[in-house]
Write a protein that binds this ligand. Structure first.
Ligand code: SAM
Length: 327
């Protein structure tokens, strides 16, 4: 095995696979209300093509995959892809990122197909507020969706909350309370200044240190814990005394974790992106459809994986200053 190492010696073992650019939500921090110029169907990798990318990366060191989007559950027959990925011998972990709307309906089938775990975005527990943040009223109950995932045997279950001052930060304690009652891992994510919220982001970012302080003030001290066994991503985990679940923070803006970044992303149209931000990418679809081996293209992409993400490098919006306020 040659191994997948980038120019800074980081080992790459984790691939995020976007199966569609489309979404049934229109969260203002993520996507314009009118949607995006969607990719034509012929540009989008088929499930067989996605599985072939994973089959070629597995001998190079790929161990874990995450299916994401857009919203992955709106692509038909997602379980078919899960089954194909499960059949790649070296792949140990298959996770899904979803907004949860279709989980009650799909979780049992996805679990049977080989899905291991799920991360669900959940910016609010209140139906009318979900509709206002997502700008779609899909009448959906995130707690019921997470319960459906749990009942299907998916574990661990992580809930991702993008905390926005004045928009949903009054629910931080409700989410913390949820971890007392349920074996779920709630992760508070710092808003990143992209999309329509970019200009306003400095007003809406709540540094994670402030989130943790607020929780500790209300519920008592938080103990630093290792976090769930599966998915050693960028979150730092804590636990309230007696809690069944944990509280994580993901701090893209106030603390860099790029130094331990072990991930790359496959876009729905087959580009391998080595950083969420910036244009560091290599087209895999053309060699894939020409029957060429992908390894040289992958190494070329990794040779250019940036040391840290562009938002951090540019110190966008004076967020360094905010992090100091946040302690
Ligand atoms: N639709 C799927 C979902 O809801 O998880 C997968 C894609 S979604 C873009 C992945 C995650 O990115 C979600 O948790 C979402 O909240 C987060 N996200 C998107 N834009 C963000 C931003 N500007 N700042 C912080 N997190 C963001």
């Amino acid at each position: 095995m040659t191994g997948l190492r980038d120019q800074f010696g980081r080992t790459i073992e984790y691939l995020r696979i976007s199966v569609t650019d489309r979404c049934n939500f229109r969260c203002s921090y993520c996507m314009p209300l009118e949607g995006l110029p969607w990719l034509p169907k012929s540009d989008i990798l088929s499930y067989e093509e996605i599985a072939e990318v994973v089959r070629q990366l597995a001998p190079l060191g790929l161990r874990r995959v995450r299916i994401t989007g857009g919203e992955p559950t709106i692509r038909p027959q997602l379980a078919t892809l899960v089954r194909m990925l499960r059949d790649v011998p070296a792949v140990e972990d298959i996770a899904l990122s979803t907004n949860g709307v279709r989980l009650p309906e799909l979780a049992p089938e996805l679990a049977r197909a080989g899905l291991v775990r799920v991360n669900m975005s959940s910016d609010s527990l209140r139906p009318e507020r979900i509709a206002s943040i997502a700008r779609r009223d899909l009448r959906f109950d995130p707690v019921a969706a997470a319960e459906a995932a749990q009942a299907a045997g998916l574990a661990p279950i992580k809930l991702n909350v993008v905390v926005m001052r004045g928009i949903n930060d009054d629910e931080v304690l409700d989410y913390a309370r949820l971890t007392l009652e349920r074996p779920w891992h709630v992760r508070f994510i710092e808003l990143m200044p992209v999309g329509e919220m970019a200009a306003l982001s400095a007003d809406h970012v709540v540094p994670s240190d402030e989130v943790l302080r607020r929780i500790a003030a209300a519920f008592g001290p938080l103990e630093a814990v290792a976090g769930p066994a599966l998915g050693n991503g960028p979150a730092a985990y804590h636990r309230l005394a007696g809690a069944r679940g944990s509280i994580g923070v993901i701090t893209p803006m106030t603390h860099t974790y790029c130094g331990s970044c072990n991930r790359v992303r496959l876009t729905a149209d087959g580009r391998l992106r080595t950083c969420l931000f910036g244009d560091h990418e290599v087209d895999l679809r053309t060699p894939l459809r020409s029957g060429l081996p992908l390894e040289p293209f992958v190494h070329r992409a990794l040779a250019e994986k940036p040391q840290e993400h562009a938002l951090l490098a540019r110190r966008v919006g004076g967020l360094r200053a905010l992090s100091q306020v946040g302690g």
